[in-house]
Design a binder for this molecule. Structure first.
Ligand code: FE2
Length: 248
């Protein structure tokens, strides 16, 4: 069965499918209101709410919102990336539906308006077969677009129910995840509900599991240097068994 292709948003002028991919000819953010409204949701998310008393989280939130505000003010090009689906995007409609009922409803509604323009991908050269059916992510802003930015990446990760996203870390990249829909856990430490934010410092090893019944949708932000964000070189940390086998 082929995955459903999400329906394109109706009557929205944002980035026609045949728009040029080159930055010089691409439409600008202010000509693409649905992308702009989605970014405003991110901006509000990182501006309001609490850092829970954590100085590290406060600093990260400020870095994300200050960078994002500057990007929005610069009215950057919006590149036309080819929409793509993955098997897990069969769960996307359910994730949006759940998101629209909870604390992150503004973000979920804004995301629904661009659902047909998202480029879902794996990010890994080799994806474990089980994970290939249960995970994908899409970027909305960053060095590769669609909204061009140098030192910030914003995107969404979607997981099917009962997924284990294997242990990994990000070199030179600081990452935060905010739940939009579904329940999930990181490193078996807690259960996070929509609206919760978790910070992963560079090199921090993390492994994610998701609840049994519903998909899980996370908004994420990466901060770092442009070169690293453009080519993050994502790798899963080898399991203990694989490391032992490799060591002989
Ligand atoms: Fe991560």
């Amino acid at each position: 069965m082929t995955p459903d292709v999400p329906a394109p948003a109706e009557a929205a002028p944002d980035v026609p499918p045949d728009a040029p991919a080159e930055a010089g000819e691409a439409p600008r953010l202010r000509d693409c209101p649905n992308w702009l409204y989605l970014l405003r949701e991110y901006e509000a998310l990182y501006r309001h709410g609490s850092a829970g008393g954590s100085q590290a989280i406060r600093t990260h939130r400020k870095k994300v919102r200050d960078t994002l505000s500057a990007v929005i003010a610069a009215n950057p090009p919006v590149l036309a990336r080819a929409p793509a689906v993955k098997p897990v995007t069969e769960h996307f409609a359910r994730a949006l539906d759940l998101g629209e009922r909870g604390a992150m409803q503004g973000m979920a509604r804004a995301l629904r308006e661009i659902r047909g323009r998202l480029t879902w991908e794996y990010g890994y050269e080799r994806v474990p077969r089980a994970l290939a059916r249960k995970y994908a992510y899409c970027e909305v802003l960053g060095p590769r677009g669609p909204v061009l930015a140098e030192t910030l990446v914003l995107g969404f990760v979607l997981f099917a129910p009962t997924t284990t996203y294997p242990q990994h870390s990000h070199r030179d990249i600081e990452e935060s995840y905010v739940s939009v829909a579904g329940a999930w856990s990181e490193n078996d430490a807690a259960v996070y509900a929509p609206g919760s934010l978790i910070l992963n410092r560079p090199e921090h090893e993390h492994r994610i599991t998701t609840g049994d019944l519903d998909p899980c949708l996370l908004a994420y932000a990466w901060t770092g240097q442009r070169e690293r964000l453009a080519a993050p070189g994502m790798v899963l940390t080898p399991s203990r068994r694989a490391r032992a086998a490799r060591a002989g």
